[in-house]
Design a protein around this ligand. Structure first.
Ligand code: UFG
Length: 337
């Protein structure tokens, strides 16, 4: 049975569906702090059955231990974490307690059980402003610019150190670039609470009329059109990568029992290119204005995907237009029914 923490969240819910489709038994744990129980209905429709769900805050050590006692958990995919970069700057202790406290509790639960396979949601944020592009896994980790980013760096270190001394714990950290899009059915997708901080949900909410206009944060970067470049990856490609990584863990034989992989498409797109993609797939113009840079944004980040291609045998399949089209379908279904 695969334990998916944060399984009602954005990437978690898509991964749960992918696991179910591939025949895995899933137990979802979520504290509903940034997700809605109704996501379980969408998952049920897509899986054909309702996976087991437990509402649990992973900071509660006893609750975590009890999970490992009550279920035969053979793998853990750990998504549950707070993820707002700006909020983390104002509430560092909340982020360290929630993201790292939960991780330590899970690893202790696994240790007590005698080990298991573990997948950690990491982020390209660990690379900061990389010296070379595309970014390989060998690129140095840069000092984090936010407590959120630091929880990903320290989280990776905690897992790596634990794998060294517990041979029955095998782990993979997946460094996501910019996840976007939704399940092609439009039954599950991204549900940001309040005003979206990320580009694509802000675009689709502007397109649907919920927001007046998108602010493009800076057009004076040293890039071709002056806006920042990111590697936008379809959430369905990400979800599939988690299932592939679980298989990898079954045969992982490196001496550290720990590996990291970039998950991206390998292509960089500028903010203006993402806007153009939206206009193309939606057939409507987008209101936007250029404003000042957002503090903390790096100029350019896109993945070198060779390691994931070769070792995991995984490659992103969806184009930017396909990902944006799915995000737009989801926005329309979600708002207009
Ligand atoms: N952007 C805008 N307007 C918006 C929102 C974003 O112009 O309203 C721009 C940003 O400046 C950036 C690009 O769109 O150039 C992408 O921004 P996102 O907020 O969507 O994504 P980020 O690359 O900033 O964030 C990602 C992950 C975070 C991670 C961060 C680290 O989503 O989890 O990278 O840099 F922490």
């Amino acid at each position: 049975m695969i334990l998916v923490t944060g399984g009602l969240g954005y990437i978690g819910s898509h991964t749960v569906v992918e696991l179910c489709v591939k025949g895995h038994q899933v137990i979802i744990v979520d504290d509903l702090s940034n997700s809605q129980l109704s996501v379980l209905d969408g998952i049920e429709e897509l899986c054909g059955h309702r996976p087991i769900f437990e509402r649990l805050d992973l900071r509660h050590k006893n609750g975590v231990e009890s999970l490992f006692e009550r279920y035969d958990i053979t793998g853990v995919i750990h998504f549950a974490a707070s993820k707002a970069v700006g909020e983390s700057v104002h509430r560092p202790l909340q982020y360290y307690e929630n993201n790292l406290g939960a991780l330590v509790n899970l690893l202790q639960g696994i240790k007590k059980k005698g080990g298991t396979n573990f997948i950690f949601s990491s982020s390209c944020t660990v690379y900061g402003e990389a010296d070379e592009l595309p970014i390989t896994e060998a690129a140095p980790v840069k000092p984090a610019t936010s407590p959120y980013g630091n929880t990903k760096q320290v989280g990776e270190e905690i897992i790596r150190d634990t794998c060294k001394v517990h041979p029955k714990l095998k782990a993979i950290a997946l460094r996501y670039f910019n996840p976007i899009g939704a399940h092609p059915s439009g039954k599950i997708g991204e549900l940001p609470l309040g005003v979206p901080q990320n580009l694509v949900p802000y675009i689709t909410q502007t397109g649907i009329g919920l927001r007046k206009e998108l602010s493009v944060f800076g057009n004076d970067y040293p890039t071709e059109d002056g806006t920042c470049i990111r590697d936008y990856i379809h959430v369905m490609d990400l979800a599939r990568a988690h299932v592939v990584a679980l298989h990898r863990l079954k045969e992982q034989r490196n001496e550290d029992n720990y590996e990291v992989f970039n998950l991206g498409t390998g292509n960089g797109s500028s903010v203006l290119e993402v806007i153009q993609s939206f206009e193309r797939v939606s057939g409507q113009p987008l209101n936007y204005k250029i404003v000042d840079r957002r503090p903390g944004d790096v100029t350019e980040a896109y993945a070198d995907t060779e390691k994931a291609n070769k070792i995991l045998g995984w490659t992103a399949r969806f184009t930017l237009d396909e990902a944006i089209a799915s995000a737009w379908l989801w926005e329309k279904k979600n708002r207009l029914g």
